[in-house]
Design a protein. Sequence first.
Length: 552
Amino acid sequence: MSESLNFIEEIIERDLEEGKHGGRILTRFPPEPNGYLHIGHAKSICLNFGVADKYGGQTNLRFDDTNPETEEVEYVESIMADVRWLGFDWGDRQFFASDYFDQLYEFALLLIRKGKAYVDHSSAEAIADQKGSPTQPGIESPYRIRSVEENLDLFSKMKEGVFEEGECVLRAKIDMASPNMHMRDPVMYRIKKAHHHRTGDKWVIYPMYDFAHGQCDSIEKITHSICTLEFENHRPLYEWYIDQLGIFPSRQYEFARLNLSYTVMSKRKLMQLVNEQYVKGWDDPRMPTISGLRRRGYTPESIRDFADRIGVAKRENIIDVSLLEFCIREHLNKIAYRFMVVQQPVKLRILNYEDGRVEQMEVLNNPEDPEAGSRLVPFSNELYVEAEDYMEIPTKGYFRLYPGGLVRLKNAYIIRCEKAVTNPHTGEIEEIQATYIPESRSGQDTSGLHVKGTIHWVSAEHAVNTELRIYDRLFTDESPDGHEGRDFKEFINPDSLKVIPYAKAEPDILSAKAGDRYQFLRLGYFCLDPDSWEGYQVFNRTVTLKDTGKKK
């Protein structure tokens, strides 16, 4: 087999060679609609849809909606939007575990009739105690010896709502001495008298994930049920249910889930960040959710590239978040228009450039893309430049503005800095004064001058006020949830968001639409945020121009 294949692809190719399932390939992505998808789910989405597409198969989108207390239509809709945004289509193959509740109930009845399931009135605590420990066998429940007839009657009453929540459960009858804790008479059904977002109040009993998962796969005739390594110990139970029921033999395969540095992936912890208002919602650009990455300016192409680069492994490892940042930086470099935006503006006056004169400077939209074209940017005698681009007494290697120094204004002229005018009371610079070299216009330069420094600028008369949101990593520690005895929230970065309310941008930025991506020269890659409104634009920094390599 080709060395470039991952182990899932090797399995699929072997199955195809052997003619298994008639050469049919059907995978599935089965999210629980109790939260928003994150970058770890993106890896699973890319894998399931990707291998099916590669081998001419199909992928089902199936919602594991077996817990009505935590699931909402909002999450269903967000998951569908995320999968589509990543570039994948499930066609007419959208399903819900709740589509199969009647069939799953019949499966449970079949197991009871075979003497393989029983209704247990033990408390949750008692059931946990009965299971023993990995080194000690479990203890059989006193209700394990109930007759088939009694169990059928009790399970029917559970379905009819005769019993209250927690009063009883349906358990599989397997092996209380099994070395695999999941095989020690696992719970199959529990009572939840809660309204379900799809079935309403029809059901008061709901199947457990381990019971529903494999049977739903089997009903849909999934050929390759691909999930993360945390379910490896669940596989014997998955196969036990299928064998006992004599249904389509779906097979489960496990791969290493994505663990990303400076990030938490637990839905529970992400929900804490949202509910405790450490972030501004599931789509906060600091969140690792797909909706958060999208709002921050990540592209589906960059996330698919990231998933491809990290590959599919059998062992857990931690991926450096810098690789994800590299992927988006590499893609944005190819597609993002270059714009001039001044973050900390200070006025620059060109003394020998006539008042009221305006020239239009031609600027390439993206030097990396010959098809991107160009635009015209107005130039006048009053400009905004970055405050950090002036130094009264330059240090060694400083090639920007200082008295007597020459510098190129990007896409415009070479200027000579004359002096800075400061406020006599505060000492702050009020204006930098300079003269320009008329024959040094960019693209038509006949001055013969060679300067080492180039700075960006914006015409003061034409400048547009713009808010910049400078996002950084949400955590200061590489493994925020990897410290025993410490709360992961202790490592939240207090500087993960800095807001610059009045940056100055060139006027064409007003044509930006929500989601448009730009490279702001020297500042990083930015994306227009939905918070923008007419006359006031907000841009999120997606990523810096280069990997700083710094440890926070």
